[in-house]
Design a protein around this ligand. Structure first.
Ligand SMILES: NC(=O)c1ccc[n+]([C@@H]2O[C@H](COP(=O)([O-])OP(=O)(O)OC[C@H]3O[C@@H](n4cnc5c(N)ncnc54)[C@H](O)[C@@H]3O)[C@@H](O)[C@H]2O)c1
Length: 324
């Protein structure tokens, strides 16, 4: 199979490429990535000389580049490229609309001309926010209610992807996944940011009272879910993906403090994020029952793997903390 991956130099995209080339060494991957602050070719060092891997630096909004790559007849476009950090979207939403909405439209329009299978990577944030103790979870039929510029731009892209299925019959699938963590995550995101701070004996800043709850999935399990949907997913369908692992931010902070032998004086409570969604939770029964996927790494195992990775790869993240 030939894959055109967008955003493959970012956190999840690079983990996906490493996973895919290990599992399917006969497959060919073209990685189109603009290398924004979040893109890092160091993540892909182990495959850069692989004859079945090609990196192309370019913008998904650039129709010319996208058309040239689609001329290479990929069997599937796996679309990760996005601006992905909520806090940045609150400061400046423009580039979020450009990349996440217009970029997705350019890819869809180009894919349509050759009827190329299109898998879109999205987020659970499009569904809005749940109450802390209401027992509800997001699922495929949950109405969209995005509340940050980031989640609104991702919601727009999901709608466009579905519109290309209904209007043009483009063979699409979508995954809406909860928060990922693991190796190669840019140290502006909660878990690597806290690890980096604690390794430098600095406090961890916690929004509000730290009560916001997220579901967490180890990144390789996300790659496996995308694999399952690409191989076996029903065309036109959306699959919610989650780790069955809801944690309040304060629980994560406390777990990390324990790992680094620090007391709670290392928590610094800071002013809450504007419009901060309270709780996200995912019901992943559809992908579990239909495609046989389930998370394989528990939160405790995943956190150990992640902490070890950041300890062993200090040179990787130290350069990036200057950019965040
Ligand atoms: N990180 C999460 O927890 C999470 C959860 C669910 C869904 N997602 C989605 O998964 C995808 C990947 O997320 P991530 O955390 O790996 O993001 P990331 O920010 O780490 O990586 C994004 C990548 O896209 C590239 N990119 C940005 N703009 C581009 C453009 N215009 N053209 C080409 N490449 C461009 C960047 O250079 C970078 O390599 C995103 O679509 C995101 O919405 C992320």
């Amino acid at each position: 199979m030939k894959l055109l991956v967008t955003g493959g130099a970012g956190f999840i995209g690079s983990n996906f490429i490493l996973y895919w080339l290990k599992k399917y060494p006969q497959d060919y991957i073209i990685n189109l990535d603009l290398l924004t602050y979040a893109g890092n070719l160091e993540n892909l060092k182990s495959v850069e000389a692989n004859p079945n891997y090609q990196f192309v630096r370019g913008d998904i909004c650039d129709r010319g580049i996208v058309e040239t790559l689609v001329e290479e007849n990929p069997d599937v476009i796996v679309h990760f490229a996005a601006e992905s950090h909520v806090d940045r979207s609150i400061k400046d939403s423009g580039v979020f609309v450009k990349t996440n909405v217009l970029g997705t439209q350019v890819l869809l329009e180009t894919a349509r001309k050759k009827n190329i299978r299109f898998h879109h990577i999205s987020t659970d944030e499009v569904f809005g926010s749940l109450e802390i103790n209401d027992g509800k979870k997001f699922e495929e039929t949950t109405p969209y209610d995005p509340r940050s510029p980031y989640s609104s731009s991702k919601a727009s892209s999901d709608h466009l992807v579905r519109a290309y299925f209904h209007t043009y019959g483009l063979p699409i699938t979508i995954t809406n996944c909860s928060n990922n963590y693991g190796p190669y995550q840019f140290p502006e995101k909660l878990i690597p940011f806290f690890i980096a701070n604690l390794m430098d004996d600095k406090k961890v800043p916690l929004y509000g009272k730290g009560l916001n709850v997220r579901d967490w999935l180890y990144v390789e399990d996300h790659a496996k879910a995308i694999d399952a949907v690409i191989q076996k997913g029903r065309i036109g369908e959306t699959y919610c993906v989650g780790g069955d692992s809801e944690k309040a931010n304060i629980e994560i902070a406390k777990l990390l403090l324990k790992e680094f032998n620090k007391d709670e004086s290392y928590i610094e409570y800071v002013e809450d994020r504007k419009g901060h969604d309270l709780r996200y939770a995912i019901n992943a029964n559809k992908i579990k029952n239909e495609l046989g996927w389930k998370p394989e790494v528990t939160f405790e195992e995943g956190m150990k793997l992640t902490i070890d990775w950041y300890k062993k790869n200090e040179s990787w993240w130290r350069k990036l903390t200057k950019l965040s």
